[in-house]
Design a protein around this ligand. Sequence first.
Ligand SMILES: C[S@@+](CC[C@H](N)C(=O)[O-])C[C@H]1O[C@@H](n2cnc3c(N)ncnc32)[C@H](O)[C@@H]1O
Length: 254
Amino acid sequence: MTGRGRGGAGKRGGKGGAGKGGSAKSGGKGSSLHVSVQRTPTIRLKRKKGRTNSQQRWLQRQLNDPFVIEARRRGLRSRAAFKLMELNERFDLLKPGARVVDLGAAPGGWSQVSADIVGPKGSIVGIDLLPIDPIEGVVFIEGDFLDPEAPDHLMRELGGAADLVLSDMAASSSGHAGTDHLKIIALAETAFYFATTVLTPGGAFVAKVLQGGTEQGLRTLLQKHFTKVVHAKPEASRKESAEQYVVAIGFRVV
Ligand SMILES: C[S@@+](CC[C@H](N)C(=O)[O-])C[C@H]1O[C@@H](n2cnc3c(N)ncnc32)[C@H](O)[C@@H]1O
């Protein structure tokens, strides 16, 4: 497991300013983190030799996805950033000065959103299997969250109890819905057990899950430790996908 993200960005270090890498660019009037996106006319992509049908469909979808277009316009690294923005608007998760853990952070969209809100007095530590370009104010660990050393490493970098643990972790798709569902629930459960060791009383936990049955077991587990537990599907989460997020607020030590 490497110590820090590519480029060695330390806390508030690195070159991740706005633009290519850093924080979300202002979308004009008011908050740069507002979630409304504009619908644009459909772009039809010409067929190209050597491109498979599924590549063609993926490209076509990307070109016409309003969240992809808006993310690019605002300098956000992922369309997923809009999911956290919406969850934050609904559940008031991120606060100035907060300590945040971002599990499955690459390419860094959720960290960008978090860094914008927690500000210079906050602390964010992200981990991913993939390298992540630096973002000012975020420490990235390149490694496997399931590695037994990962929890201690994350806690050391965070420098205190967390106010929020986020998990957008997803293993690459196996093509078999049942297997993917079990894998993602296992990641979410591991993230939950980690959260119980690092969260401050009153803290919050968010994890990506897939609908498919066993997410109810995780919900029951969470209900023992949090005052409020809900499932939410942000607008940026594709309708055809089984993806949703479990949001747990008001951590209590039991
Ligand atoms: C949907 S992406 C996260 C997107 C991110 N929230 C953003 O806004 O940019 C899911 C990430 O989970 C990571 N991941 C999956 N399993 C992991 C593990 N065991 N440890 C660390 N990261 C993991 C993947 O590498 C992938 O980058």
